[in-house]
Ligand binder design. Structure first.
Ligand code: PSU
Ligand code: MN
Length: 304
């Protein structure tokens, strides 16, 4: 059965040690509104290419896990309002049953690692949900990153989640988090979540040093999370942020939404209620993270 397709240029780059950056497709299908999502998907790929790396957006198309979607496939995932959200446990079913779907951080990381890709750029990771004490809702992103060998660039996790609980879980799972030119965990829409990090770095060479040390010591079976904040001038207004967050969480309860619908619901609420401010911030985040991941990939491949 033909289950995995790695685009030719991606396979060639991996084989020859050239820089490659993986991108997820759930952020496109479920994290950003149409038709803006397709523009962003194309734009971040172009930014990665500009830095001298190959961009590989990952998804499942008609029962094949694709590492390096072509433009038609990207258009299909971005345009279909009913596209499935496939976390890591869903991929086997989607492939066996010839389905199409977008991959989350968890499933993208797993497929990227399978293809030999070392860098992955995303917006925000999934994490521990705020009501997790009752619901046990914790994203599979965390467990998967604890078992996947790559470096993930993100802007932290959205404040729709329980940020300190997510950091605690990452610690328990042995997943390292390093601030990129910041000593605390970024707050996604806000440049600083206020939660301190133990480690920070100042350059992409510093990140490559950490990757090399972890590889040499056999510690790289887990992902390395590079947390890249928005600049202060790029973050959204804190009062607006806090108000919309409170309303969104309240509405979630009223609407009785649970499970994998929670994250897309809250993201859409944010985009609507901030009248585009959160969308602008989200887009900037993805662009910044793609550029940084590509620069790390270039630094890494120069020494590998
Ligand atoms: N956080 C965001 N934007 C997103 C997601 C998370 O700021 O688009 C997506 C990612 O694909 C992530 C997934 O892997 O949501 C997590 O969903 P869940 O909580 O259902 O695991
Ligand atoms: Mn969940």
């Amino acid at each position: 059965m033909h289950t995995l397709r790695i685009r030719d240029d991606v396979a060639a780059a991996v084989a020859s040690g050239h820089p490659v950056v993986a991108l997820e497709s759930t952020i496109i299908a479920h994290g950003l509104p149409r038709p803006h999502n397709l523009r962003v998907a194309r734009e971040v790929e172009a930014l990665i290419v500009e830095q001298g790396a190959v961009a590989a957006t990952i998804g499942v198309i008609n029962g094949v896990a694709v590492v390096g979607l072509d433009d038609d496939e990207l258009t299909q995932l971005a345009g279909d309002p009913n596209v499935a959200k496939l976390s890591v446990r869903d991929v086997g079913f989607a492939v066996a049953q010839r389905r199409t779907g977008a991959t989350t951080v968890a499933s993208t990381a797993a497929l990227a690692a399978r293809a030999g890709i070392r860098l992955f750029a995303t917006g925000g990771l999934g994490g521990v949900h705020r009501e997790a004490r009752e619901s046990w809702d914790e994203s599979a992103d965390l467990n998967t990153l604890a078992a996947t060998s790559l470096t993930v660039v993100c802007a932290g996790v959205k404040s729709i989640l329980d940020v300190p609980a997510t950091l605690e879980r990452l610690e328990s799972l042995g997943v390292p988090v390093v601030g990129y030119r910041i000593k605390s965990f970024p707050g996604f829409y806000l440049s600083d979540s206020g939660h301190p990090l133990d480690w920070s770095v100042e350059s992409v060479e510093d990140v490559a040093d950490v990757m090399a040390a972890r590889r040499d010591l056999g510690l790289d079976g887990r992902a390395l999370i590079v947390a890249n904040p928005l600049a202060d001038s790029e973050q959204i207004n804190r009062e607006l942020h806090d108000r919309v967050l409170a309303e969104g969480l309240e509405l979630l309860h009223t609407a009785g939404i649970t499970g994998k619908g929670v994250t897309p619901f809250l993201l859409e609420y944010f985009h609507r209620e901030t009248r585009g401010a959160s969308l602008a911030a989200n887009t900037l985040i993805i662009r910044h993270n793609a550029v940084l991941a590509a620069q790390i990939a270039v630094a890494w491949s120069a020494r590998a």
